[in-house]
Design a protein around this ligand. Sequence first.
Ligand SMILES: Nc1ncnc2c1ncn2[C@@H]1O[C@H](COP(=O)(O)OP(=O)(O)OP(=O)(O)O)[C@@H](O)[C@H]1O
Ligand SMILES: [Mg+2]
Length: 303
Amino acid sequence: MPAQILAFLNFKGGVAKTTDTVNIGAVMALHPQIGGKRVLIVDLDPQCNSTLWLVGREVYRWVQERDQTVHEIFRRSLKKLKPDMASIIHPVDKSELSGGRLDLLPGSFSCLKLEEDPKMLDDNALGHLVLTKALETIKNQYDYILLDCPPSWSILTRNALRAAHHVLIPYTPDYLALEGILWMRQLHEEFSQRVGIGNIARLTGVIVNRVRNAANHQYVNAHQQAITELGQVIEQLHQKHGYRLHVFQPHIAETSAVAEAVNYQEHLLNKDMNHPVTRQFTALTQDIMMHLRILNPRMIEAA
Ligand SMILES: Nc1ncnc2c1ncn2[C@@H]1O[C@H](COP(=O)(O)OP(=O)(O)OP(=O)(O)O)[C@@H](O)[C@H]1O
Ligand SMILES: [Mg+2]
């Protein structure tokens, strides 16, 4: 059974795309009960946040110098050469207990320059199939491939939309991020009209992050309001366009443990299995995996 490919995408910056990709990937691969999956995280963001988080600065620099990164895939494709995927995929973690493993295809700052290359121009359909073709050669080696996307409409996000089966939209409940979901829908529709609806990932669901629960927090009301408005927007989209975005459960609380885990270059599962936010990510991952199985019944056999 080939991997399910999930793009964590929102054109709004700072909505926890990287945080969700890394922690959900870690749960899928390494959790003693629900893990055991073979997971590849592809860092499509030239900021390289998931790369820096998962392998640290030293390895990050080492792979940049040798271009053992996602940029190599595009560079070789421009020369009509196939990438050697085995040489650029970096093992991150594995679990003897569950048998799962977490690998990384590192990101690259050089990917920013792809936008300037005429061969990658928007009207060149081959330019946005580079990732699809590269993942084709390894998708039987993984159960899930997670794409950590940049917060922009770029050649990299178009590649992600072509390569993925599902878009999961990380969202932080605030007024500005709500607009981000509407931009997503619009750009998704325009792109699918150009390339064909069957040739692009479906907008599957929303992950709600950084929810403030503290009773005395001054922004809690605005926060709750934004969650209510998210529900209203989803309902409007359903009525107008006929599809319903699933809101994955539970919502992830805002907590300093998340930032601490990044600073220690650990995912939450390694840092503290019993922390409430680690438990939330575990339950969230279960909900995602279950929802994908409902959408793709054949996955039941693979699970
Ligand atoms: N649940 C949380 N609690 C507290 N802080 C969080 C939580 N989730 C994410 N953050 C913090 O929010 C910031 C943005 O998160 P992250 O980098 O994952 O967002 P992003 O969408 O990937 O950003 P970008 O658009 O720049 O790629 C980071 O500092 C991260 O540590
Ligand atoms: Mg990010």
